[in-house]
Ligand binder design. Structure first.
Ligand SMILES: Nc1ncnc2c1ncn2[C@@H]1O[C@H](COP(=O)(O)OP(=O)(O)OP(=O)(O)O)[C@@H](O)[C@H]1O
Length: 573
């Protein structure tokens, strides 16, 4: 098999040095060349391959077909394991006659990776171009020669030109505006300006393009918002901000002014002591139970404790006597959407969560239903709540202050109040004295309320007559300070001069019996009955020393109904 005149040995050396796999066969299909790269690629020793028919060595080599047909196979791909190859198979000619075939295979994994990367880059380019074309913002990119390399239609429209009139054009052929014509000078040279293009004022941003600390050009972004609209919007935001800070201010004034312990009016030793204790215990997180008759100022004390504590959260009041039993849990702990029929869409946050980082004031705690007491106790112990219909527990940091005008010890005996809850709440107990126990404070309180109502009503009342003072000092004030406040307010509605006289006082204070003459004639029966009902309620409260449960008993009505009527007659705070 004389194949060629070249020095056979040196040819094989050359072939072995080539990285590509080279396999050649003679006209009988026997392997005559199987270089070192082929051994690696096909995992077949050259020694075994040489002299064998190619079909035995590489059954799918395709070389026999080339030999038979004389046709070359160029750029055919094949895979071995994870590696991809491209192969060229050509016939071997000698003196115009096919004397064999040769295949040269090249690994193309790397090339494929590069091609894939290129494909990704192209896809990214497409995405970016779509983003730039969508929307109303205009973009243009300048290279270091201040030539526009990219732009979108929006910016071309703004210049009143076609995109092709902008791209690849020097920027100074489009505009003389220095904002466009000057490139950013450094990596942090970002500029925002209101610029005029075609008589239209727009907001424009200029960013540097930086890679490896080197400046490559700049990007200009233009917002097509009429500047006048933007300015109006900014002004509106400013206005809203100042309104907000005004209301915030007012709110702080309201919360701190109305309720700080300075506004707990009174010089009686019991009140002075109370104010001292409030200051002392306010910073601690302990539960406080405030006791005292109705209208003595328990809520005021609770709020003073909250304000003095400096706790950042809110002061949330819950009137336990006013919540229907079946809504209690939802009210205190909140619920998720669909937790029960009638539940609000989106659910509702409970009072405990509202009071997070602040204080919850459980007024009239003696009226809390027993089942609820158990749940409250658990919350106090675990310091976490669960919204109705939700399994998730939420940690809370709430200071609990409870108040009552009822005898809790009695309620415990009657099994209406849980003893364990009582001890949990009663960590610190404050007593707010009844007005009659500190009647010496009456003149001070009267002065305080007269000033307050003068401001509210725009009046100029200077005081009460000595006769009224005398009546007040001898009256038992079952409704305490709230009653005093209500009586004085009533007088402000009637007073004609500067002094509150006896004639302006409600008859019941004068100890008068209910007589027909107390009701003005010529009114409807409903009005007369309501007036009578109101006086009866007041009389019952007087007899029950302000205890609403007792008053309700005396009247033969439920406590809830009494509460409703008190609300109706405006006898509640
Ligand atoms: N020492 C005080 N100085 C000034 N105002 C007071 C004082 N005590 C009570 N008040 C006023 O009296 C009214 C009733 O007070 P508050 O609501 O705090 O009483 P309460 O004991 O919580 O009543 P209730 O038991 O009915 O809930 C409020 O308007 C409050 O501002």
């Amino acid at each position: 098999m004389a194949i060629n005149p070249i020095n056979h040995l040196s040819l094989l050396h050359i072939l072995d040095s080539i990285h590509n796999a080279i396999v050649a066969i003679d006209e009988e299909g026997k392997v005559i060349i199987f270089n070192k790269a082929s051994e690696r690629v096909f995992n077949y020793p050259a020694k075994k391959a040489l002299g064998k028919n190619i079909n035995e060595v590489l059954p799918f080599s395709g070389l026999n077909k080339v030999l038979k047909t004389g046709e070359s196979h160029i750029g055919r791909k094949f895979k071995i394991g994870d590696n991809l190859y491209v192969v060229n198979r050509t016939p071997l000619y000698y003196k115009g006659k096919i004397i064999g075939a040769i295949g040269v295979a090249q690994e193309i994994n790397e090339l494929k990776n590069i091609a894939d990367e290129l494909e990704n880059v192209l896809a990214l380019k497409q995405t970016l171009e779509t983003i730039l074309e969508a929307g109303q913002e205009g973009y243009m990119v300048l290279d270091l020669d201040k030539t526009v390399t990219h732009a979108n239609k929006a910016i071309a429209d703004l210049f009143g030109l076609k995109l092709s009139d902008i791209v690849n054009k020097p920027i100074n052929s489009l505009t003389a505006n220095p904002f466009f014509c000057e490139l950013p000078e450094s990596a942090d040279d970002i500029k925002t300006e209101v610029v005029e293009i075609n008589g239209r004022q727009v907001v424009a941003f200029k960013y540097p393009i930086v890679k490896d600390y080197k400046l490559y050009g700049g990007v200009i972004k233009v917002i097509f918002q009429e500047v006048s609209d933007l300015l109006a919007l900014a002004e509106k935001v400013n206005q809203l901000n100042s309104e907000l800070s005004y209301y915030k201010n007012e709110l702080t004034k309201y919360t701190s002014k109305q309720f700080t312990e300075n506004k707990i009016i009174g010089n009686h030793p019991s009140i002075v002591r109370l104010k001292e204790i409030i200051k002392k215990i306010a910073p601690y997180n302990t539960t406080v139970l405030i006791r005292g008759e109705s209208g003595t100022g328990k809520e005021l004390v609770a709020h003073a404790l909250h304000v003095e504590s400096g706790r950042p959260g809110s002061f949330i009041k819950v009137n336990c006597a006013a919540i229907p039993e079946n809504l209690f849990e939802a009210e205190l702990f909140g619920y998720v959407e669909g937790a029960f029929t009638g539940a609000k869409k989106g659910g509702q946050i409970g009072k405990f969560e509202l009071a997070n980082n602040g204080t919850i004031f459980l007024d009239e705690i003696g009226d809390m239903p027993l089942a609820m007491q158990a749940k409250l106790l658990r919350v106090l112990q675990e310091k976490e709540v669960e919204r109705l219909g939700d399994r998730k527990t939420r940690k809370i940091n709430v200071r609990v202050i409870a108040a009552t005008n009822q005898n809790l010890e009695e309620l415990i005996k009657k099994k209406k109040f849980r003893e364990d809850l009582y001890y949990r709440l009663n960590v610190i107990s404050l007593y707010v004295p009844a007005l009659r126990e500190r009647i010496e404070d009456l003149p001070l309180l009267i002065k305080y309320f007269i000033e307050k109502f003068n401001k509210e009503y725009g009046t100029n009342v200077t005081g009460i007559s000595p006769e009224v003072m005398d009546i007040f000092m001898n009256y038992s004030w079952p409704g305490n300070i709230r009653e005093l406040e209500n009586v004085l307010e009533r007088c402000f509605n009637l007073v004609e001069g500067k002094v509150i006289e006896k004639k302006y006082l409600p008859p019941y204070i004068l100890g008068e019996e209910l007589k027909n003459k107390e009701f003005p004639l010529g009114q409807s029966l409903t009005n007369l009955l309501e007036a009578y009902e109101k006086e009866l309620i007041k009389a019952a409260l007087l007899k029950a020393k302000g205890n609403k449960s007792k008053a309700a008993n005396l009247l033969g009505i439920s406590r809830q109904w009494l509460h409703k009527r008190l609300k109706y007659f405006n006898l509640l705070p």
